[in-house]
Ligand binder design. Structure first.
Ligand SMILES: *Cc1c(COP(=O)(O)O)cnc(C)c1O
Length: 429
């Protein structure tokens, strides 16, 4: 069975897994084991030298977690993947082999609020920095890249604003600068978009969201395309030069397209320890089996709800990129042609107070700091997830005080609309 030729729904159920070699178990067992017995001393030595692939210790690799990594790599069209303890861990793990003290990442100004905080504040502790740019302004991106830039970073469908990034244009700029493009594909999922097909080098995910799909797991994944030439310049010594953290191994020379993946396991997971646990990997594998089915329903419902809201006089605007009124509409047709996701913001007449009242008046919607659940969810970013940001940053990130973010679930669309209808009546009374 060649995985290359199989369709999304088939890969989602089969990729990366086979009946358990020890027992024949059809479902991927949860290998709840920390360590793995070596056949002999020679076997152990070969594993530690990366001369043979196998299991040593679950901070590095675990059979259940590896099954998930291989499945996500197949869905994204990548060469390899590593699973992490959260989406935020995945972001650090994606940057880790590329960056060093004094290096910077040029990032879209439209990102998940937590990512803006991670990039603008926390990564400074490592001596890294981020420059934020409006990714619609291609000249501004080029101008922001300097000799210390080691990556471009953006989201396919930016959270929370329903903004679609022109991945092809971003990849072209990254290519010309000799740096990788990293795309957070959490809100699109590989069902709606495969960033590697648009030229991305690395794809990061919060598996916490649509991938698991029902709000049971905190997890993340980094997928590597395997296509970037780490040795083309001296910018990525961890991958191209002898790595002092792994007895001088030259990862790119030794492992070719798997260099990033192996470095991330052998050095990144080994020393940073942001590992996914096998239970989490199991739930995510279960979730992915139905990812395509759920996404079909999510995008159908989201489109219907967005169209209904846009016509409602109590609403000032809707940022769903699947609406012809959206500035992202043209890009959405190219980047996410099946549908523009199920996450968008709604500007409510009455501003901040009306938003808070709406959140408190809904019955079917859950008021939570999450997205991509089977259930419909709502949050007022300005008073919660984007609270740490200045108002100007909030507006830039698409989280102005007068907007609520909604994540449309897979319930019956009539019930979703009825709940919003009664909530808006109370909020704007
Ligand atoms: C949730 C989210 C993250 C962070 O993921 P966690 O699993 O919560 O750490 C990053 N990016 C996007 C787009 C997200 O929605």
């Amino acid at each position: 069975m060649s995985e290359q030729s199989l369709g999304f729904g088939t890969l989602a159920v089969h990729a990366g897994t086979e009946p358990d070699p020890a027992t024949g178990a059809r479902q991927v067992p949860i290998y709840q084991s920390t360590s793995y017995v070596f056949r002999d001393a020679e076997h152990a030595a070969r594993l530690f030298n990366l001369e043979e692939v196998g299991y040593i210790y679950s901070r590095l690799t675990n059979p259940t977690v590896s099954a998930l990594a291989n499945r996500v790599a197949a869905l994204e069209g990548g060469a390899g993947a590593i699973c992490c303890s959260s989406g935020h861990a995945a972001q650090i793990m994606a940057l880790f082999p590329l960056m060093g003290p004094g290096c910077n990442v040029v990032a879209s100004s439209r990102l998940y609020g937590g990512t803006i905080t991670q990039f603008s504040q926390t990564i400074k502790r490592f001596g890294w920095s981020a420059t934020f740019v409006d990714t619609d302004d291609l000249e501004a991106i080029k101008a922001a890249i300097n000799e210390d830039t080691r990556a471009l970073f953006c989201e396919t469908i930016a959270n929370p604003g329903g903004y679609v990034t022109d991945l092809d244009a971003m990849a072209k700029i990254a290519d010309e600068a000799g740096i990788p493009l990293i795309v957070d594909n959490t809100t699109a999922t590989p069902y709606l978009c495969r960033p590697i097909d648009h030229g991305a080098t690395l794809v990061v995910h919060s598996a916490t969201k649509y991938m698991t799909g029902n709000g049971t797991v905190t997890g993340g994944v980094v997928v590597d395309s395997g296509k970037f030439d780490w040795s083309a310049s001296d910018k990525f010594p961890s991958l191209s030069a002898p790595e002092p953290a792994y007895h001088g191994l030259k990862f790119h020379e030794a492992l070719g397209p798997m260099a990033f993946t192996f470095h991330s396991i052998a050095v990144g997971l080994r020393d940073l320890g942001m590992t996914m646990n096998p239970q989490g990997a199991h739930y995510t594998l279960m979730g992915i089996e139905t990812l395509g089915l759920r996404m079909q329903r999510h995008i159908e419902n989201a489109k219907a709800v967005a169209e209904w809201l846009e016509k409602d006089p109590r609403v000032e605007g809707v940022t769903f990129a699947g609406l012809p009124s959206s500035p992202s509409y043209e890009k959405a047709q190219r980047i996410v042609p099946k549908g523009a996701g199920a996450l968008f913001t709604v500007a409510v007449k009455g501003g901040y107070d009306a938003c808070v009242k709406l959140v408190d008046s809904l019955n079917l919607f859950s008021h939570v700091a999450n997205l991509g659940d089977t259930r419909s969810l709502i949050i007022h970013p300005a008073s919660t997830t984007h609270r740490q940001l200045e108002e100007e940053q909030q507006i830039k990130a698409g989280a102005a005080p007068n907007v609520v973010r909604i994540s449309i679930g897979i319930e019956e669309v009539e019930d979703i609309i009825a709940d919003l209808d009664q909530g808006l009546a109370k909020a704007t009374a």
